[in-house]
Design a protein around this ligand. Structure first.
Ligand SMILES: Nc1ncnc2c1ncn2[C@@H]1O[C@H](COP(=O)(O)OP(=O)(O)OP(=O)(O)O)[C@@H](O)[C@H]1O
Length: 315
């Protein structure tokens, strides 16, 4: 659905050129919900604006919804829906009018039926007469999404879809986004800087930092592959730390072992599988264990592993 190679954009015009996106390769398959995750200023919106034909790349090529970005931008626009950060509705215009105008713009043949179906899907029924400015934050986002979907695009781009929404409205919007994929097979490419959103909603993630993709995979796969599980063993006596570190670091699946105070912190491939052999190894080395903790990594740990910063520090 999306194939991009070496996509780049440098902004000139200020006193210094800004390399906002520095050669991004990405592939998105039909029916996927792909999250583009990164701190503020990482290059998410710039990439999205290039993929949606709103901004010309300074380098690279891309095929989006089956059309070439450079040679057939009109074809790309027909095949995609785009919901900008904060949406694009006029606060004074009734929701029904916005939807009707959008449907006319795209020449949708069965306008009334299409709008009714979308309103039913996105829980907007009965809200048509209300101006967008009189809708709740969640309702306005759902209206933005309905506007993006009026012409039945197979691919929908969402820029920070849940920014500024309360937790309940965010969860509700996630359900709607999943529903569009599950019922209609809509492919969704969204940007976010929320770790929980990336984790809960997306099938696959691309993590971008300073204009470059630094990691990609499923949320679970990334956490396992990039960060590993963390096992912390608290020892009864600091004297046991060094023999423990040596014995434990020789165990299969142990990637790193570090000592702080009376504890040994291990990064392991599969924490649950590793626990029993680790305890046996400690026993074998004659070291007494006081307590033990297994922690699954977060996407923030993944970001830290690949960039040396946390997402929050980087934002
Ligand atoms: N029109 C522009 N002119 C100059 N620099 C720009 C322009 N648009 C974006 N930039 C810069 O390019 C970089 C990437 O910006 P971009 O908006 O793509 O980041 P982002 O990851 O979407 O951030 P956010 O999460 O804050 O929306 C930033 O340093 C930004 O200041």
């Amino acid at each position: 659905m999306i194939e991009a190679r070496g996509l780049a954009r440098t902004f000139t015009g200020g006193h210094a050129a800004v390399e906002a996106v520095r050669g991004v390769d990405l592939s998105v398959a039909p029916g996927e919900i792909v999250g583009f995750l990164g701190p503020n200023g990482a290059g998410k919106t710039t990439t999205l604006r290039m993929l949606t034909t709103l901004l010309a790349p300074t380098a690279g090529t891309a095929s989006v919804a089956g059309c070439d970005l450079r040679t057939d931008p009109a074809g790309v626009r027909r095949g995609i829906g785009y919901v900008a950060q904060g949406g694009g509705t006029d606060p004074g215009v009734p929701a029904a009018e916005e939807l009707d105008l959008q449907a006319r713009l795209y020449g949708v043949p069965d306008r009334a039926a299409r709008i009714a179906a979308l309103c039913a899907r996105l829980d907007l029924e009965g809200l048509g007469p209300r101006p967008a400015g009189a809708l709740s934050g969640g309702q306005r986002r759902r209206l933005d999404i309905a506007l993006g979907l009026v012409h039945r695009p197979p691919l929908l781009f969402l820029d920070e879809p849940t920014a500024g929404l309360d937790p309940q409205s965010r969860g509700n919007l996630w359900d709607h986004i999943r529903g569009m994929r599950d019922r209609d097979g809509t492919t969704v490419f969204l940007t976010t800087h929320y770790l929980d959103e990336a984790d809960a909603l997306c099938d696959r993630l691309l993590i971008i930092d300073r204009g470059r993709i630094v990691a990609e995979g499923t949320p679970a796969g990334l956490k396992r592959r990039v960060a590993g599980d963390v096992v912390t063993l608290e020892l009864a006596d600091a004297a046991g730390c060094e023999p423990a570190r040596k014995a434990l670091s020789e165990q299969p699946g142990v990637r790193e072992a570090a000592v702080t105070g009376t504890s040994v912190r291990l990064t392991v491939e599969d924490g649950e599988k590793a626990l029993m052999p680790l305890i046996r190894a400690l026993d074998g080395a004659g070291v007494e264990l006081a307590s033990l903790n297994l922690a699954r990594p977060t996407l923030d740990d993944v970001f830290f592993t690949v960039t040396g910063r946390t997402l929050r520090d980087a934002a």
